[in-house]
Design a protein around this ligand. Sequence first.
Ligand code: FMN
Length: 345
Amino acid sequence: MAKISYLNTPFSIKSLSLKNRIVMPPMCQYVATDGMPNDWHFVHYVSRAVGGVGLIIVEMTNVAPNGRISPNCLGLWNDDQRDQFKRIVDAVHAQNGKIALQIAHAGSKALGASDVVSCSPVMFDDTNDANAQWQYQMPRALSKDEILELIEKFKQSTKRAVEAGFDAIEIHGAHGYLIHQFCSPKSNLRTDEYGQDKLLFGEQVIKAAKSVMPADMPLIVRFSAQEYGKNGYDVDYGCKIAKRFADAGADVLDVSGGGDGKLDPLHTPKFHAGYQVYLARAIRKVSNLPIITVGMLEDPYLADYVLSTGDADLVAIGKGLLHDPYWALHTLNSPFVPQPYKVAF
Ligand SMILES: Cc1cc2nc3c(=O)[nH]c(=O)nc-3n(C[C@H](O)[C@H](O)[C@H](O)COP(=O)(O)O)c2cc1C
């Protein structure tokens, strides 16, 4: 039976020291009221810390009410929200875990918002379900002043996250949300500087976040290295995004893909185990930054193999950690992982 050799090795970047290479990627829970974390979030995240995850990244948490992908999503636009996050952060630390927060704005993918905004009035390219509770709306284009206000909101949410005690910050530039909308030639039709330079908004958000973070706290940036929809950008453009965001101050690249709308079979990887590792490998060639890879990696041997190849430094296990909060313990408890996993306690 194969041996797990890499998943259980420590990893450090700046002041962040992880006991293993397992990351819980951000995953929306859709159970917040007024953007506030509650007991569900407490149990959800703290149980993954008990379960031995190296780094927990809290789900997409939005800088403004109209940035939520549903009215039940988390926010960090006030101090009460910050104080509830602190409760979770402290409990994760008490379990010897590390925790980051993903900060975001959904732009045109905000559902149930009254004022939907984006870089340009381009509808999110997806099929509205007539029976769904909320529908995608045509967004209103942000004015230059509103763009600057939004960058300030990213900064204020980051500042609150630092005050709450998070170990790292992740900026969400992936999956078709606002920063991705600015990056994408499909959704950014502006003619001003934010259209001529489609990566400018993301760069300014990263710099604003860094300006309120301690110098030794790492900033993780998640981005889609390839779009999966019709006329989507390819991985060459993804490499340009990576380089620009690294130059802006990213310390770790969380390499994902898609989210830009209906999947184009000609532009989408087949959804097999490890289906996005090729994106991490491509970004690795153009950047020296540590890389997180994600996508159907819950087979521990596969996750371990991906680390062994050097394509990524950290592996994110999403749905695997929803199915089993103790995935890390079950995987790492023994150098040999029996199938089905041995129960550790
Ligand atoms: C329920 C659910 C919610 C998600 N929410 C987010 C999110 O808030 N932010 C984000 O960047 N990705 C989100 N994702 C994507 C995951 O972080 C991850 O990239 C994806 O699930 C692929 O990894 P997996 O195959 O290990 O699940 C979500 C995925 C799921 C299943």
